[in-house]
Design a binder for this molecule. Sequence first.
Ligand SMILES: Nc1ncnc2c1ncn2[C@@H]1O[C@H](COP(=O)(O)OP(=O)(O)OP(=O)(O)O)[C@@H](O)[C@H]1O
Ligand SMILES: [Mg+2]
Length: 634
Amino acid sequence: MAGQVLRASSPEEAWSALLGCAAVVSSAPTWGALGLGAPAQWAGWLCALGCGSLSARAGLKALCWPPVLNTTLGLVSARPPGMLSLTGGYLMGYCADSGLPVRISNQSMMRHFLAAGMTGVGKTVSAISLMMQQISKGGGVLWVDGKLDPQNMETFFHMAKWLGRESDVRIINPADPRLSNTYNFVLHGEPEEVASRILSTLPATGLSAGADYYKQAANQGLISVLGALKLSRLAYNCMDLAILLTHPKALRELDHRVSAWTPLKDPRLAAFKLFLETCKTTPSNGASSLDAKKLKELFGGVAGRLFVFGSSQCGQVTQSYVPDIELFEDLKAGKLIYCALPTMGQQVSAQNFGKMVMGDLRTAIARLQARPQEERPEVPFLVWLDEVASYANAATLSTPFQQSRSAHMSLGVGFQEQSSIEELGPAFLGTLMGNTYNKLFFKPADRASAEAWSRTLGQKKTWHRSHQKGMGETFKFSLLGLHGANAFQQTRSAQESLKEALEYRVSADRLAQLGLGQAVFLHASSEIYDLHIPKIEFTQDLKAALGGVRIQRPADRTVSPTMEQTQGLYFEQRYREFLSELSRREETLAQSAHEARMAAPLKFQNLARLTPNAEGGEASEGAVAEGSAAEVRS
Ligand SMILES: Nc1ncnc2c1ncn2[C@@H]1O[C@H](COP(=O)(O)OP(=O)(O)OP(=O)(O)O)[C@@H](O)[C@H]1O
Ligand SMILES: [Mg+2]
């Protein structure tokens, strides 16, 4: 049987259905209104067991086998955890065998979750169900969508709008700036953090000593430049950084600016100056100067990536000095953020963009957990990292996993095959498996995944009955002496024994038989549940009423809540100055001719406005027009 669908035509009713709230769902007509005619048994169970008001029919079924919902697992689910109220915690789904709802507490959720399974089996649907509950609680969400299904963005927006939280929605959509808030992921964090964020986009160096040396040198250089930028108190973006890392003129300018008011003994300035020295060459007949070739050797790869982030469509999203989205502030405020990674056609850029978001998230989580308790989100913030293997690894995820709980956040990760995680090293698999207290295993894509998950679900002791049959000869004695020819007698025996054995609680074969929206839920490393997960689906009418995605701008974002000052570096807008000599001269000539043409009439216009005409009023439009034309002709 396919998974069950809760079709919503009115918010209160369908939402109550998901929460199992007695007031609405216990009456049969309401279920009819929700379009739940077909899965009547399911509906009956949702209300009966979710609300604790067992109807006679449902009550009867609860006591006998076969299970309430279709299943091939043959598994007896554990007792649902905790003593939660009907709406407390998070509803994960319903046990196929008993029909009982499985809810986990906030505390449990803050120990993180994973959803693994082949494509199209319900990982995203299960996360959407959790996100919906989160939004209704007033909590914050960050959904990093590694797949960019346009439907997902719409679903996210509809959920928020439907639950009255449209104004909290923020969208990061580098493929379409018109449908995106602004987000600058190099702006916040200590120089070391931003440098490691940027370097995470470079391929792993593996065992190559040369590549490792290059990466270390680039890291040190980046830290010094970012340190100087912090001293300058100027905001910057990806393109500014790309220019700064490859153009001596830009570096000299930064040097002048920070040297003017920073004491030389400041360690950041000293590091920057030392770095500049290492990038200088001294010709035999002249003074030493910054060598563009050395800079390119050191930062070529890094600057190239920053250039991609800072140019074209993506650049329009990342260039802001006062971006709409500041992760740390938005996590604190419980905003609803959807981050669409660029299309699969640009897979490398998508992955790199995702890595930058992960780095920024890591910084935000670290800052949040260092804040006093009252500043952390009241409802734990929910992060859903879909297709996590394409943009995260052990290095980027292990610290967030460890810090999230104290920051009052929960992380969820989704992936398909076990091998996609193993490819990124054994540490990554360990990080995901070891840090998630709640695991949803859907139908696996391959045998290797099935066997690995079966092992994770654990083994149980069973007793095996064995029969032994034997035949033998006995030499009989009696008090009367030998029995002669009959002294030898044949005997038959049968022995039965019980032997203890270990077997998997859910075999790989059983996992492979899971259907759509069905999963084995492993909670707290020991309890397992044969789970059916409800799917939330908006009706066409409701979707039409909610409308398309609309970008919400923060009300008064002229000053960054995080930055002391929001004056920008603006290298990007002066890019002509950093072009090569020849093209620069041509550009400058063309530009100055154009500017002169434009400036003259403007100057005249302003002058004419200020000069009263003969009647004592302002100069007439006609006079201005005439004057402009004359000025232009001259
Ligand atoms: N619980 C469910 N009940 C009913 N239908 C479901 C359920 N879960 C999934 N489906 C159906 O399967 C489709 C795919 O589900 P989903 O997008 O969650 O898959 P996925 O595991 O995230 O796949 P991918 O790895 O490709 O992203 C859904 O659009 C829906 O039609
Ligand atoms: Mg998915």
